[in-house]
Write a protein that binds this ligand. Structure first.
Ligand code: NAP
Ligand code: F7E
Length: 373
């Protein structure tokens, strides 16, 4: 049985990747960090499964800022593959904690690579979670593996170090190390402070009468949004390609935050109208039809403990802007060209933008009507 280490296993991608690797027959060793409250919600369904717990899934405490435990874990596990997904992954937060972000996202990658060298694991394959944020102030449209980088945040700059140290260790020490340059990928497991999940969760809470208003930042930023599980399958394909190379994973489509918002609210029966400009812009209800939200989750209604309580009406202001969500330097436009991955890995996204928004809205609304929050 092949053994694999996944850092960041408690995150969105780590949880999907763990599922994929378990299905492929790997023994999965996840690294989790100590937390004052439970942080394993995304993998509890795997960890609580006794068969998996006993034979295939192991969790170890560790932190990318602690070198000593990385060496120990590598010696103990002797993995065939390592997926380095752990990171301070929030771009806006990286402006508040740039030093910590660099410690984890830049030096954390170096620590891991150097531990591999130190322990002498010659055969191990290493995946690095690189990002479209490297392109930042984009030098060309669309972006591919040869597009020059211009990061626009402490997060992007830290990940730039991570990218180049992978390339350097590959060339200097012949380590099978690869960068997956992944464009934004989302899911019902996306953290609630990233814009997509913030919007889909708010749409559900607003139509359920639990929240009056959604406050956002820059509505005009454009992102290439795909569905996370498909990207995690792509990570495995990158490491199982015959050569250690870097790959872009993306959909090749781009949409604004505004379009995502409009789409999400349409899925719960609200048509929005925008009024005002910049920080004075507001999203107002133009049309509303409660049966749309009811029909969306009709098939799951037996599991619900709460009902939709609609007190909304045409003219209600349900979206506002708070400049606190603006970033000191923004990434305005991302659109990836996944041609290399399509050709060499036979990897292609299946979930279209509209389907992604729909599945996220539906999952959030169902969760809210089950739990009441
Ligand atoms: P996420 O949900 O924020 O998960 C991050 C994971 O890293 C969590 O498990 C977190 O643990 C862990 N972590 C944070 N700091 C750590 C530390 N010091 N030591 C050990 N673990 C630490 O992120 P994601 O969306 O799954 O993304 C996975 C990776 O891909 C990240 O490296 C991200 O930067 C990169 N990426 C993401 C996207 C995207 O669109 N999702 C695109 C390109 C690249 P806790 O659960 O305890 O917080
Ligand atoms: O922002 C705008 C914001 O935080 C997307 C991470 O996974 O993908 C992610 O980084 C856009 C930005 O993701 C709000 O200004 C407007 O333009 O969802 P986000 P991100 O910054 O693209 C990349 C590929 C990664 O690697 C990262 O790890 O949405 N925006 N209003 C907002 N963003 C947030 N978070 N909250 C708002 O209220």
């Amino acid at each position: 049985m092949k053994k694999v280490i996944v850092t960041g296993i408690t995150g969105q991608d780590g949880s999907y990747l763990a599922e994929i690797l378990l299905k492929k027959g790997y023994q999965v060793h996840g690294i989790i960090r100590r937390s004052s409250s439970f942080n394993t919600a995304r993998i509890d369904h795997l960890y609580n499964d006794k068969a998996i717990l006993n034979k295939k899934l192991f969790l170890h405490y560790g932190d990318l800022v602690d070198t000593s435990n990385l060496n120990r874990l590598l010696e103990k596990i002797e993995p065939d593959e390592i997926y380095n997904l752990a990171a301070q992954s929030h771009v806006k937060v990286s402006f508040e904690i740039p030093d910590y972000t660099a410690q984890v996202d830049a030096l954390g990658t170096l620590r891991f690579l150097d531990a591999i060298r130190e322990v002498g694991l010659k055969q191990v394959k290493f995946y690095q979670a690189s990002t479209s944020e490297l392109y930042g102030k984009v030098r060309e449209v669309p972006q591919d593996e040869n597009t020059p980088f211009y990061p626009r945040s402490p997060y992007g700059v830290a990940k730039l170090y991570g990218y180049w140290i992978i390339v350097n260790y590959r060339e200097a020490y012949d380590i099978f190390a690869c960068n997956g340059i992944l464009f934004n990928h989302e899911s019902p497991r996306r953290g609630e402070t990233f814009v997509t999940r913030k919007i889909t969760r708010a749409a559900g809470r607003i139509i359920a009468g639990l929240q009056q208003k959604l406050t956002l930042g820059n509505l005009d930023a454009k992102r290439d949004w795909g569905f996370a599980p498909e990207y995690c399958e792509g990570m495995w394909r990158i490491l199982n390609h015959k050569n250690a190379e870097d790959f872009v994973l993306a959909t090749g489509e781009t949409h604004t935050v505004r379009e995502f918002t409009e789409n999400a609210f349409t899925n719960i029966g609200i048509e929005l109208e925008w009024k005002g400009e910049r920080e004075n812009e507001k999203g107002i209800i133009k049309k509303i039809d409660l049966t749309v939200a009811e029909n969306l989750v009709e098939s799951e209604k037996d599991k619900f403990n709460y009902k939709l309580k609609n007190t909304l009406k045409i003219g209600d202001e349900i979206i506002g802007i708070d400049p606190n969500y603006y970033r000191p330097t923004e990434v305005d436009l991302l659109i990836g060209n996944p041609a290399k991955a399509e050709k060499e890995l036979n990897w292609k996204t299946k979930t279209k933008f509209e389907d992604l928004v729909l599945l996220m809205v539906k999952a959030d609304l169902a969760k809210i009507l089950k739990r009441g929050f």
